[in-house]
Design a protein around this ligand. Sequence first.
Ligand SMILES: *Cc1c(COP(=O)(O)O)cnc(C)c1O
Length: 351
Amino acid sequence: MRWQGIIHRYKKYLPITDETPNVTLNEGNTPLVYSNFLSTLVGHGSKVFLKYEGLNPTGSFKDRGMTLAVSKALEAGSDAIICASTGNTSASAACYAARAGIKCVVLLPKDAIALGKLAQAMIHGAQVIAVDGNFDDALGLVREISKKCPITLVNSINPFRIEGQKTGSFEICEQLGMPPDYHFIPVGNAGNITAYWKGYKEYKKAGIIDKLPKMMGYQAEGAAPIVRGHIVKKPETIATAIRIGNPASWKQAEQARDESKGVIDMVSDEKILEAYKLLANKEGVFCEPASAASVAGLIEYARRKYFKQPATIVCILTGHGLKDPDRAIKSVEQPKVVKPKLDLVLNEIGY
Ligand SMILES: *Cc1c(COP(=O)(O)O)cnc(C)c1O
């Protein structure tokens, strides 16, 4: 059967009716890739899998929530959507709005958005406004605008975003034939950890799985309000997708952590970049820096001997590496320039 996106596949678990339109690009059904290198690193015969969410239609998990948020906006008669974004929400919103034939407005923090994401919002025809402030400032603005004007907010405080995103857990349970023991995930605005936890709990309630994973969330050191226990006024990290100082789903993320007996911790930019390069070099998986925060967390916990017995572990790779080409190029040695002579090239490659 042809895959037709998460609304079609999981309608039983989503707040939709026969009247709800389906604005879809066949999102979801992303690969769960076995990681030999990370499995060996964790040891005890553990198995580590990478949920490659960068392979969604716009290159991030945001599509899972956006298909539902835009479909519901259309059902409610809305003809415009708005969001604040560190990049991927705007890319996804612009894309699904184009698909639905409605207007899209995005507020982006000036100078703090990866090139690929900006390109997507622009090419899909969104009205892009650069705010001379950070993500939290932009989110404050769109919250007010959506209260004052007839325009649907599609940030993750829109409950349909969380509903759509929870389908990631459903897929993992089906792909593994069981839930994982540990679920590693980067945490920014904290909608995704909230969504995954909701999904696992719903599958347990439905009797499809009989246990729940520990939720292991990772913030960047310079943008770790939940770990530090207070708002971070000027969040800083190279992982722009999680550069957030006051997460909208803060309480729900803490709830996921506490109910699952998991952890929300932080990792340095240096460790994030190490994990980012390792995934590309050793696994052939190119994700964006924010995504690598989950793997950086796993590596750190393996180093601290957190795992004592065989475990099944899933790391969510939230976005594709091509979103942020500047970071990739900055992270490696630049190509050497040589004259077009055979002996010179052979000499360079060591033959
Ligand atoms: C949005 C995003 C995150 C953070 O997800 P939250 O739901 O805000 O916690 C992490 N990585 C990428 C690539 C993202 O686009």
